[in-house]
Design a protein around this ligand. Structure first.
Ligand code: HEM
Length: 411
């Protein structure tokens, strides 16, 4: 198989349901050159080392025009400055520190812990909403609405505005996942419109919160005057949008992949039903086994880098295939087996290094609660089709629908 066909096959929708044999093929050459400027890295230690290498940039402005292509179209067209996901130090570090202050340790270590009761209520309400039905789509009826509601509560979006927020989030997420046959220009216009409306809405909320702050995260971001100064309005807007977008499709896919994997492994599902404590190692193993972010396609080298016998030249684009590193047999024994009892589970599902996932504590808790409750409450759940239909997106990979039949709801 030639290198070019292999990468094309990974992107090809026909292989979306099971790209793992292709990743195994890819790992035979840990750092593969693809065309003149693109290098694909697929083995665990090489990915890890590049994620910690200061000679690798995440700043989209360093990408060659060809590489930026479709992946970054949306962001390039955005009137907002790049979010810290797409910045390098020192700008990245300043904005990440400022966003971390109202979110996690050391300043606010209990923000996520304190949301536990509220998250559990949202989960219960969504499952109660299944009513008398004997079949649901886990994506549309559960995984999709859950993370957006959570981000609304985190940011402090008033309840009466949540429905509008859901619509914008759905439209923006759909823009990341173009459907075949859809008019690309029209889809782009619709997505931009949603981004503009969301920006205007958030701008209004920022005005409100600077006058009358609450105890939500947006209020704290707006009013903080710490050692890093204050965020500008543009920075506030791009950070709030980042929190929404980065935590949306990813969490949807983690929960959906989780249900799919549990239904394919009924013994593990039975164990989780008996013992909710299994949810913690199970979600970690899921992040290894079926990571929602399959690859990071937007890095650029700032200098020549020698790795695995190859020199990646300065200015090259680098794709880091996290999902392949997670199945690297040099790192994880028997990597294609889903095993929540694995002792050593330092997966790459949340990335690594300075950009490692900011929302990981929240994402973990959401998935743990969701999978525990779905497992506990659905009586006799079974997959209606396997494999389910997948989204187009090869990067944020996950089922578009997951129809599950069951005999009834337990209380
Ligand atoms: C299962 C759910 C999630 C997965 C798999 C995931 C995965 C990732 C990955 C792989 C990265 C690294 C990107 C890179 O290195 O370029 C990342 C970064 C990030 N994630 Fe998540 N994420 C999830 C949920 C969330 C949530 C819920 C939030 C927000 C509350 C969030 C906010 C962020 C932010 C802000 C960054 C950028 C960090 C930085 O650049 O310093 N994520 N995420």
């Amino acid at each position: 198989m030639t290198q070019e066909t292999l990468l094309r096959q990974i992107i090809d929708y026909d292989n979306r349901a099971d790209p793992y044999p292709l990743y195994a093929e890819l790992r035979k050459t840990p750092v593969r050159q693809e065309g003149d400027e693109l290098f694909v890295v697929s083995t665990y230690w090489e990915i890890k080392s590049l994620l910690h290498d200061p000679r690798i940039s995440s700043d989209a402005r360093n990408l060659s025009p060809g590489a930026a292509g479709t992946l970054l179209q949306e962001e390039e067209a955005s009137p907002l400055p790049p979010s810290f996901l797409r910045l390098d130090p020192p700008e990245h570090d300043r904005l990440r520190r400022m966003t971390m202050r109202p979110f996690g340790p050391p300043e606010t270590p209990r923000r996520i812990h304190n949301m536990r009761g509220e998250l559990a209520r949202i989960v219960t309400d969504l499952i109660d909403g299944f009513g008398d039905r004997k079949q649901v789509d886990i994506v549309d009826d559960f995984s999709y609405p859950f993370p957006v509601t959570v981000i609304c509560r985190l940011l402090g979006v008033p309840r009466e505005d949540e429905a509008r927020f859901h619509t914008w989030a759905d439209t923006i997420a759909a823009g990341l996942d173009p459907a075949p046959g859809q008019d690309a220009g029209e889809q782009h216009r619709v997505t931009q419109q949603a981004r503009t409306e969301l920006g205007m809405y958030l701008s209004g909320l920022i005005d409100e919160r600077s006058g009358a702050p609450g105890d939500d995260m947006l209020s704290e971001l707006v009013t903080q005057h710490g050692p890093d100064g204050q965020m500008t309005r543009a920075e506030l807007l791009s950070t709030a949008s980042l929190l929404l977008i980065a935590g949306h499709e990813t969490t949807v896919n983690l929960i959906t992949n989780g249900m799919l994997t549990l239904l394919r492994n009924p013994e593990v599902l039975g164990r989780l039903r008996e013992d909710a404590r299994l949810a913690v190692p199970l979600v970690e193993e899921l992040l290894r086994f079926e990571p929602p972010v399959q690859l990071l396609p937007q890095r650029t080298t700032l200098a020549d880098i020698d790795i695995a016998g190859t020199t990646i030249p300065e200015g090259a684009s680098v794709w880091l295939v996290l999902a392949s590193g997670n199945r690297d047999p040099q790192r994880f024994p028997d990597p294609d087996r889903f095993d929540p009892d694995r002792k050593d589970i330092q997966h790459l599902g949340f990335g690594s290094g300075i950009h490692n996932c900011f929302g990981a504590p929240l994402a973990r808790l959401e998935a743990q609660l969701a999978l525990t409750e779905l497992t506990r409450r659905l009586d006799g759940p079974r997959l209606v089709e396997d494999p389910p239909p997948y989204r187009q997106n090869a990067v944020l990979r996950g089922p578009r629908h997951l129809n599950v039949a069951f005999d009834g709801l337990r209380s």
